[in-house]
Design a protein around this ligand. Sequence first.
Ligand SMILES: *Cc1c(COP(=O)(O)O)cnc(C)c1O
Length: 387
Amino acid sequence: MFKQAERISQLPPYLFKEIDENKKRIMTRGVDIIDLGIGDPDLPTPPHIIEAMASAVKDPANHRYPSYAGMEEFRYAIAEWYQRRFSVKLDPEDEVIVLIGAKEGIAHISLAFIDHGDLALVPTPAYPVYNSGTLFAGGESYFLPLLAEHGFKPDLAAIPPEVTKRAKMLWINYPNNPTAAVAERDFFEAIVAFGHRHGIMVCHDLTYSEIAFNGYKPMSLLEVDGAKEIGVEFHSLSKTFNMTGWRIAFAVGNREAIQGLCAIKSNLDSGAFQAIQIAGIAALKSHRESIPEMVTVYEKRRDIMVRGLHGAGFTVNPPKATFYLWVPVPRPYTSMDLTSKLLIEAGVVVTPGNGFGSAGDGYIRIALTQDEKRLREAAERIQRVGL
Ligand SMILES: *Cc1c(COP(=O)(O)O)cnc(C)c1O
């Protein structure tokens, strides 16, 4: 009876229907499924963060509407963390905004800066929200393929001038989901120069900055001179502190970008629950203790799975960051074929690369969100099935 709005029918088709159905069918058969599909940490939130929340939730002062931009103490803690971690100076008054998850901010910022007919430069494969946020704002995505031969970076020189003219925003994400690629200073410098040259706002999704291995430290876009004039960066406590269910994150950087985002948010939501923001303060203040332990866990898992995949005949390099493996699909399989085969024959769930956009075809993504024992078991099953 009710016809959905255009903005919903414009969304790309949902590719996981067949996989979901297979998964359900196999599960009802009693098969023990190992799910390496979702990017949701299995590790618990560190106990001191839970304690901070538990006492904050008892304080009636925290039961009221929070402020739109986020608690002052949390914004100061975010600025301090940026200073310590990236040597980036932020003004907590107008260069920081608290979000109800990075997804929320990523989706909403387009509403502040994209008008009907505007373009956003969106990588493919990518986290789907850059595109859906653009579409919901009435804009259009111009897709930038991330290819192995370019280190999974967009080729800025290949963007036609008429596209850069119409583009209002550029999305980037390093360390990258789903490709696990990382970016260095020269790339970020080129991005900042591009943003300046064309008056394009650069939105950097820095969700995975803390999940990096063998001493590697991912950098912030805002470390580049002049970045703050065009750049805004999103970071989330979801992956950094195993807090996906808590919904707490922040955006920092360019004042006008933060102001625009705040204008949208103050009309759509009323901020994050203060008790959760207080837990967020505890999290950021303790980053030196909790993060290294978590990184060690993922590093061991990465090595187990990479070794296991090599044993099964796959070619995959151990990534420097993120908890994903982006695995090339050997001929003659497509991403979908291989995903179905692994599910049906091995009871292992992976994500087909084309689920993140057509340029992800030819890959599968494996999330290291199960313990070592389960990963070993998954690797053994994959080896048994063979290619
Ligand atoms: C997990 C993830 C997010 C979302 O984080 P939330 O803060 O939980 O909304 C954003 N971007 C990327 C690339 C992610 O993988």
